[in-house]
Design a protein around this ligand. Structure first.
Ligand code: AHG
Ligand code: MN
Ligand code: MN
Length: 281
C-alpha cells in the first residue's frame, strides 16, 4: 500500500467514526479558531480524532488544520491540510456537514498545484467520500459503512448546469457580483446550504456553480486556501470542472499564510468563465 492509500484509508475509517458520533458533539465550544471564528465542540473533537490517526502514518510528515494555529511536525512525508468539520454550524440545525483533506508534497504554506490528492467526505443522509489522486484518473466516490467502504461510483460534473449556490448578502457583495448573481439565478435553481462540501456535491451531481465571493465582512472571501478552496478545486478539476478566485485557478493561488482566505468559485467551466468576465470586466 503506498503512502496515499494509507492516508485515504485513515480518513475513511476516522470519517466513519465521526459520522456515527456527531450527535454527541453539537454543543458550542468556548474557543475561537485561528480564523477568529467561534469553534463548536465538534470542530475540536473531529480535529483531535483526525490528528491522532493521520499524524501516526509514516506517509505524513506534517499536520495542518483549520482548527490549529500552526503546522504540527510529524516527521517526514506529505503535508496534510484538513478542515475537520466543514459547515459545522449546520450541526445545530441537523443539516449536512463535511470533512476536507488536501495532501501536499510540499511544506506549507503552498499553492494547490503541490497537491497529490484531495478528499471530500460528506456526512449526509448517508456518508460518502470522494477522492482525487495524482496517480489515478477522475474522482472515485465511496460509501462509508461500519468497518468497510464500497465503491459508490465516480463524480463527473454534468455538461448542463442546473444549480447555483452563491454565498453572502447582497448588501455585502460588490455590484458586479450581485449582477452576476442575478444572471445566474435567472437560469439556475438555488442550492445553498451552509456547508461547502454539501453545496459542491450538488454542483458535481447536477452541474452548476458554488461560490463564496469577497464580501465587506470577508474582503478575501471566507473560505481558506489550504483547508477548503484548493483541495475542493483539485477535486472539481479531476471531475471535469474548473475553479477561480475571480482571475485564476484556485490551484494557482499562492497563500501568504497557513490560514489565508480566497474568493472561491467552483463548477462548470463555462460558468467559471462567466464569473471571471463578470468580476474582472
Ligand atoms: P467551517 O464550518 O469549516 O468554518 O466552514 C463553513 C464555511 C463553508 O462550509 C460554508 O459554505 C460557509 O462557511 C458558510 O458561510 P455563511 O454562514 O457565511 O453562509
Ligand atoms: Mn469549512
Ligand atoms: Mn471547519
Amino acid at each position: 500500500m503506498n503512502g496515499l492509500d494509507g492516508v485515504v484509508k485513515s480518513v475513511q475509517q476516522t470519517a466513519r467514526y465521526v459520522a456515527s458520533h456527531l450527535a454527541d458533539h453539537t454543543g458550542t465550544g468556548s474557543e475561537t479558531n485561528p480564523s477568529g471564528e467561534a469553534q463548536i465542540g465538534a470542530d475540536v473533537w473531529a480535529d483531535r480524532l483526525f490528528f491522532e490517526e493521520l499524524s501516526e502514518l509514516d506517509a505524513v510528515g506534517a499536520y495542518a488544520s483549520e482548527e490549529r494555529q500552526d503546522v504540527v511536525d510529524c516527521g517526514r512525508g506529505y503535508s496534510v491540510a484538513i478542515d475537520p468539520l466543514d459547515g459545522s454550524s449546520n450541526l445545530a440545525s441537523n443539516n449536512s456537514v463535511g470533512t476536507i483533506v488536501g495532501v501536499y508534497d510540499a511544506e506549507l504554506p503552498a499553492a494547490g498545484r503541490a497537491m497529490v490528492a484531495a478528499i471530500m467526505v460528506l456526512y449526509g443522509p448517508y456518508t460518502t467520500m470522494a477522492v482525487a489522486r495524482a496517480d489515478t484518473d477522475g474522482v472515485g466516490e465511496f460509501l462509508l459503512r461500519d468497518g468497510f467502504s464500497e465503491r459508490w461510483g465516480t463524480c463527473t460534473i454534468p455538461e448542463t448546469a442546473t444549480v447555483v449556490g452563491l454565498a453572502g448578502k447582497t448588501s455585502e457583495r460588490s455590484d458586479a457580483c450581485n449582477a452576476l448573481a442575478d444572471e445566474l439565478n435567472h437560469d439556475l435553481k438555488p442550492r445553498y446550504g451552509g456547508a461547502t462540501v454539501a453545496d459542491l456535491r450538488q454542483v458535481l451531481e447536477y452541474g452548476g456553480l458554488f461560490g463564496y465571493p469577497a464580501t465587506t465582512t470577508n474582503p478575501d472571501g471566507k473560505l481558506r486556501v489550504h483547508f477548503e478552496s484548493a483541495p475542493l478545486a483539485y477535486i472539481v478539476d479531476a471531475a471535469g470542472g474548473r475553479s477561480t478566485d475571480g482571475t485564476q485557478s484556485l490551484l494557482d493561488v499562492d497563500p501568504d499564510g497557513l490560514h489565508a482566505r480566497t474568493p472561491t468559485f467552483l463548477g462548470n467551466g463555462v460558468l467559471i468563465e462567466q464569473v471571471e468576465t463578470a468580476l474582472t470586466g
